[in-house]
Design a protein around this ligand. Structure first.
Ligand SMILES: Cc1cc2nc3c(=O)[nH]c(=O)nc-3n(C[C@H](O)[C@H](O)[C@H](O)COP(=O)(O)OP(=O)(O)OC[C@H]3O[C@@H](n4cnc5c(N)ncnc54)[C@H](O)[C@@H]3O)c2cc1C
Ligand code: SF4
Length: 533
């Protein structure tokens, strides 16, 4: 391609996750003559996809019923649920909340499922482009979104072009679907530009960690789904663990930590590793081997944090909007529903502006409304949150109030104002030993000669103010050890950014208490190469 190449489509979709691919497929199912492309920043489809994932098949069955005849390699019907409260030494079985009942659902590798959905989309005539990272929206003369600009495929660290690469490629279309997943960088730009969040409360997030393990024979019970609350998190930190038993002696293990935590000393990666050390989990893992590691943020704000989903020329889909049902920890079917609904809305002649109301009135919107008060109820601690959850479940969300969500960047307390609780964390014995070793299991890679995609607006603040007030929490909440405080040649402290390690989880963009970190898209094809997550 030459400089300033322009590609034209009837619809451009940013992000080959469940939302984007469901939208593309539905568009072509309804109108085979409409030209549709899907842009994906990962080097291959599914390589940036990280999810549990317990799949509620309701949307996939409606979109592509044949999937059951060709399931992904990792696809295990759920046979049993278990819900437990962990103390440092014990595991107490609790009644299973209705939201956590998974009868009829499947444990899948979402990455593998995306590969299959993308090839189905291609069979319908969709152009799917991996390694295409959309960096900015384009606008027409009337101010409507008119497509996207791709991040330069090969600019050097000093800003000069690399020979043989395309610069400034534009993909233009009358409608753009933003399906970037949680904390999308285009979504962030567009929400600010069109004031889409002025009537919602702040989006709030979780940070999810996950590993795939190969275990000694005979230890797993395929189809068993285990969820936990409690240790290693304290009662004032939202989150929980999961263990999903696969076939062939494999197992998914993970922990989600609410990014509304207050403790500036909390290290979420360490919390995940501690979860693995609990006797009930360690007994499964000991003698096994981790095959893959990853981390990704989750949009957990639900109904009241939903921005307006439509603007002139574009709509927000899936986690980029915040359609995930956090009470169920399920966003895949919701993301697919939003993508399908957007396609159907467009096909029926609807204006982009009408999509917001259409989503809120749809089955996906109603699902979010019913659980809207469950997550905010945990602001008062684990037990108050569980009790409130029971009430909200019994009343089907008909309580006459809607609890507000709050900005995660503002929830962190200063070091001198927050006495961290005793966590009873233990010496670790299981791999990976640290974040560097973990990142190796994410196979993440960024060309060292590309511009740093993590823009820290004022690094002096890190050394002078943040170190005193919060102790540089980015060095703890980043799951890939990207941020380090080091001594420079004169012995002064400075921030070092190991951008090549980034796994694109977006936690730094969300949780930095001064909001001076801006995650921008790196060169297409950079980032993790998740296998089977
Ligand atoms: C640890 C964890 C556990 C979870 N467990 C479950 C579960 O058990 N069940 C469930 O249903 N849900 C679960 N979820 C949530 C679920 O994964 C998401 O709700 C769902 O994947 C959202 O789909 P999406 O298409 O909106 O976004 P994503 O799946 O995030 O896909 C977005 C895609 O867009 C790409 N992209 C982003 N920006 C750009 C750009 N600028 N240019 C090009 N490409 C871009 C990304 O690389 C990605 O491939 C879990 C999530 C996590 C993190
Ligand atoms: S640098 Fe930011 S986006 Fe990248 S892994 Fe660390 S916290 Fe996540």
């Amino acid at each position: 391609m030459s400089e300033r190449d322009v590609m034209h489509y009837d619809a451009v979709i940013v992000g080959a996750g469940p939302a984007g691919l469901a939208c593309a497929i539905r568009l072509r199912q309804l109108e085979p003559q409409r030209t549709v492309c899907v842009l994906e920043k990962a080097a291959s489809i599914g390589a940036h996809t990280l999810s549990g994932a317990i799949l509620d098949p309701i949307a996939l069955d409606a979109l592509w019923p044949e999937w059951r005849a060709r399931p992904p390699a990792i696809c295990v019907p759920v046979r049993r649920d278990q819900f437990r409260y962990l103390t440092p030494r014990r595991a107490v079985t609790l009644p299973i909340p209705p939201q956590q009942r998974n009868h009829g659902n499947f444990i899948v590798s979402l990455g593998q499922l995306m590969v299959q959905l993308a090839s189905y989309a291609e069979s319908l005539g969709v152009d799917v482009f991996p390694s295409f990272a959309a960096s900015e929206a384009l606008y027409d003369a009337a101010g409507a979104v008119a497509g996207v600009q791709l991040g330069d495929l090969g600019r050097k660290r000093d800003g000069s072009p690399k020979p043989g690469f395309a610069l400034g490629v534009e993909v233009r279309a009358p409608i753009t679907f933003i399906a970037e997943g949680c904390r999308g960088s285009l979504a962030k730009q567009l929400i600010a530009r069109y004031g889409l969040a002025t009537r919602s409360t702040p989006q709030t997030y979780g940070l999810g960690f996950k590993e795939l393990w190969q275990l000694p024979p005979g230890r797993t019970r395929p189809g068993l789904v285990q969820h936990t609350v409690g240790w290693p998190l304290d009662p004032h930190t939202y989150g929980g663990g999961f263990v999903y038993h696969l076939e062939h002696d494999q197992l998914y293990v993970g922990l989600v930590v609410g990014l509304d935590y207050a403790d500036p000393r909390l290290a979420p990666f360490e919390a995940f590793q501690q979860f693995k050390q609990h006797s009930s989990v360690r007994a499964l893992l000991e003698g096994g081997e981790p095959l893959a590691y990853g981390a990704r943020s989750i949009a957990a704000g639900g109904w009241q944090a939903l921005p307006r989903l439509a603007m002139p020329g574009a709509v927000l889909l899936g986690d980029a909007a915040g359609t995930l049902n956090v009470a169920r920890l399920k966003g895949v079917h919701q993301a697919m529903r939003s993508g399908m609904l957007a396609a159907e809305h467009l096909h029926a002649g609807g204006e982009t502006e009408g999509f917001d109301a259409a989503w809120r009135a749809s089955a996906g919107g109603r699902e979010l409304w019913r659980v809207r008060n469950i997550k905010p109820g945990f602001a008062h601690g684990l037990w108050a949150g569980l009790a409130n959850g029971v009430f909200e479940t019994l009343t089907h969300g008909h309580s006459p109030w809607t609890l507000a969500t709050h900005d995660d960047a503002e929830s962190l307390e200063r070091l001198d104002q927050y006495p961290s609780p005793e966590r009873h964390w233990v010496a670790r014995t299981l791999p990976p030993r640290d974040r560097t070793a973990a990142v190796y299991l994410a196979s993440t890679a960024h060309d060292e000669d590309q511009p740093v995609h993590l823009k820290v607006l004022d690094t002096a603040l890190c050394a002078e103010r943040c170190s005193v007030e919060f102790g540089n929490p980015c060095t703890r909440f980043c799951p890939a050890g990207v941020y380090e405080m080091v001594n420079d040649d004169s012995g002064a402290r400075r921030l070092q950014i190991n951008a090549a390690n980034c796994v694109h989880c977006k936690a730094c963009d969300i949780k930095d208490p001064y909001q001076i970190i801006d995650w921008t898209v790196p060169e297409g094809g950079s980032g993790p190469h998740y296998q089977d997550l």
